[in-house]
Ligand binder design. Structure first.
Ligand SMILES: Nc1ncnc2c1ncn2[C@@H]1O[C@H](COP(=O)(O)OP(=O)(O)OP(=O)(O)O)[C@@H](O)[C@H]1O
Ligand SMILES: [Mg+2]
Length: 235
């Protein structure tokens, strides 16, 4: 039986992915810096909250206060759902002290995440970014293993999840480590596409298991209150 669809809340996107993400699965939102990965992720969580689905934003390198301020610049109030116990920003920075093995960091994060998912009965999770910059110079074999386990772990929780990955500028890769894309159920690529003297924001649904796709870039804007709004296929 097909799984229930979870609407992303991104205007114009749910219509082209058969109603949304599949419930309980994990999705990758990828793109170069400044392409809108964090805004996409927050929009997904806030839409969930508006539907009564509690949400967790797991961050490692972003100060939660900065996230709250950035959201406020878009007209999004994160403090209210936090105060109401519907939304949690989990800052995992403290586990990343120098010299700690990635395996023990992952274990700590999994433990905390499960605890808070149960505590607030969360239905949506974002991990932004999946691999924090502090690990990027580490052993890439171990990081790949961490990515695989993290996505498998998220798939076990009763939540629909987004993980983000930053693509190095100018590369043709889909993710930083080249393994994230294989383990997720779908991939959204956010880009800046040059048109004459300017750049246009574009979104491509690159992979979506169980969903027919038209592989065409959709242009989008970032608007106060609405966040990411798709404007249709690029010509
Ligand atoms: N209030 C706003 N109104 C319109 N556009 C905004 C607003 N706030 C941010 N933006 C745009 O969104 C872009 C950043 O989006 P976001 O932080 O989601 O990117 P990101 O892909 O997460 O970047 P990074 O990889 O650095 O974390 C900014 O560069 C800016 O152009
Ligand atoms: Mg970001």
């Amino acid at each position: 039986m097909p799984r229930q669809r979870i609407p992303t809340g991104i205007k114009g996107l749910d219509e082209i992915i058969s109603g949304g993400f599949e419930e309980g699965k994990t999705y990758l939102v990828t793109g170069e810096t400044g392409t809108g990965k964090t805004i996409f992720s927050l929009q997904f969580l806030l839409h969930g909250i508006s539907l009564g689905e509690n949400a967790i934003f797991l961050t490692i390198d972003e100060n939660p206060d900065h996230l709250i301020d950035d959201a406020e610049s878009l007209g999004w109030d994160l403090k209210k759902p936090i105060d109401e116990g519907k939304f949690l920003i989990l800052d995992m920075n403290r586990y990343f002290s120098i010299g700690r093995e990635i395996e023990s960091i992952s274990e700590n994060i999994f433990y905390e995440l499960r605890k808070y998912v149960e505590k607030i009965n969360a239905k949506r999770i974002v991990v932004d970014p999946l691999v924090p910059p502090v690990l990027i110079t580490g052993d890439s074999q171990k990081i790949r293993k961490h990515i695989k386990y993290f996505i498998a772990y998220l798939d076990q929780l009763s939540c629909t999840s987004i993980v983000t990955s930053e693509i190095p500028a100018g590369s043709n890769k889909l993710s930083r480590y080249g393994v994230e894309e294989a383990f997720v159920s779908g991939i959204i690529v956010l880009s800046l596409i040059r048109q004459d003297t300017r750049y246009v924001r574009a979104l491509l649904v690159r992979k979506m298991r169980g969903t027919p796709l038209d592989l065409v870039y959709q242009s989008f804007t970032i608007q106060p209150r609405h966040g990411i709004v798709l404007a249709g296929p690029m010509t």
